[in-house]
Design a protein around this ligand. Structure first.
Ligand SMILES: Cc1ncc(COP(=O)(O)O)c(C=O)c1O
Length: 348
């Protein structure tokens, strides 16, 4: 398996050629990004916590940004006179949905390699977008889907492998869009800490590059599931965990994380804890957030408690999650409340 980073960028890919060939993308691109940065509940006397609400993107997650960036870059580099463009990538879920949606809009074939644990809802969405789906045993997790996508690209060269884990368009999109938006939204102040769940590490590294321009002392914390922590020496497993993030296993580390020049600390959050936090956040704010968002909130809460009131902790809520997971969180929280009485913060 190839783990080399490639395709360095100094700006996010130009959208001009894609919008010219596929004018139907105009509406999509206008709806993309510029998501709200909202203040969310935090610890008393601790730092304020701001979260970027990425469920507001066209197909419902932060991966719309990366899918569109990779799509535009592939279009910019493709010679349409010699062959049709056909796009391939591996994904835990949200990237597959976002890419399939784009392919469907533009009538470009999309092939996604996903774990066989994918939800019925995701499979339904991929099927209605007419994506080709290859499933890999969930126990091989990220290494399994990356290896399989690279194998398909070698055996069937007609597919352009986007390689979201290695293609530096991913970090560029987060540096020059997601991160730049946050810098503007901070409106003269700066972030003291930045927290993000790590799937490819693109969000963590790209947004770090933007925020650290305003504060070189920026504290950076990655968040991964307790069942599959970042950098774990254990083999991949099929334990339930919050979606969108996780270590590779066998000691492999997401290459994007190595782009961060300062030291990154990691905190892990269990599946049950993220489910409970998903529901608790919804109960407190009325805003639906997903498992990785809830895990980020839990970690942000911990970090904010260590900073003073004047500090700002920034995190990202990658998607809105499912009602099924929120309901599971409600049940877990209610049984815990019966035993312990009322619960008072994100970390309960
Ligand atoms: C729900 C969710 N959270 C977090 C992430 C992690 O983002 P990144 O790949 O930038 O590390 C993803 C990526 O797909 C995701 O789907």
């Amino acid at each position: 398996m190839d783990f080399s980073l490639f395709n360095a960028q100094t700006v996010a890919p130009s959208t001009d050629k894609a919008l010219q060939i596929f004018p139907q993308l105009r509406q999509y691109s206008e709806a993309l990004g510029n998501t709200p940065l909202i203040e969310v509940p935090g610890p008393r006397n601790g730092a304020r916590i701001l979260a970027k609400l990425e469920s507001r993107n066209p197909s419902g997650s932060i991966k719309d940004r990366v899918a569109f960036g990779l799509f535009c870059d592939a279009v910019n580099n493709h010679d349409f006179d010699s062959a049709p463009l056909r796009l391939l990538d591996s994904s835990g879920g949200n990237m597959a949905r976002a890419l399939a949606h784009l392919g469907h809009l533009c009538n470009i074939p999309v092939h996604v390699v996903i774990p066989d644990s994918a939800s019925d809802e995701l499979l339904q969405s991929l099927s209605s977008s007419k994506a080709i789906v290859t499933k890999v045993d969930r126990k091989h997790f990220l290494l399994g889907i990356i290896a399989r996508s690279q194998q398909i690209a070698r055996e069937e060269p007609g597919w352009t492998l986007l390689s979201q884990h290695l293609n530096l368009v991913n970090t560029a999109v987060h540096q020059y869009h997601t991160g730049a938006e946050i810098c503007r939204q901070l409106d003269g102040s700066h972030a003291d800490a930045w927290i993000s769940a790590v799937g490819t590490g693109g969000t963590l590294a790209g947004v770090y590059a933007a925020l650290s321009q305003q504060n070189p002392q920026l504290h950076v914390v990655g968040c991964t599931p307790s069942e599959m922590p970042f950098g774990t020496m254990e083999p991949p497993n099929d334990l339930s965990r919050f979606a969108g993030a996780g270590g590779f296993g066998f000691g492999f580390k997401q290459p994007f994380v190595s782009l961060i020049p300062s030291s990154v600390t990691f905190q892990s959050v269990s599946n049950d804890k993220s489910l409970k936090a998903m529901y608790r956040f919804f109960e407190e704010t009325g805003i639906p957030i997903g498992g990785s968002a809830a895990a980020n909130w839990v970690v942000a809460y911990n970090v904010a408690a260590k900073f003073g009131k004047d500090a700002t902790v920034v995190t990202v809520f990658a998607d809105a999650g499912s009602n099924t997971d929120r309901e599971r969180g409600r049940q877990l929280l209610n049984s815990e409340r019966k035993v312990n009485g009322s619960i008072s913060n994100a970390n309960s």
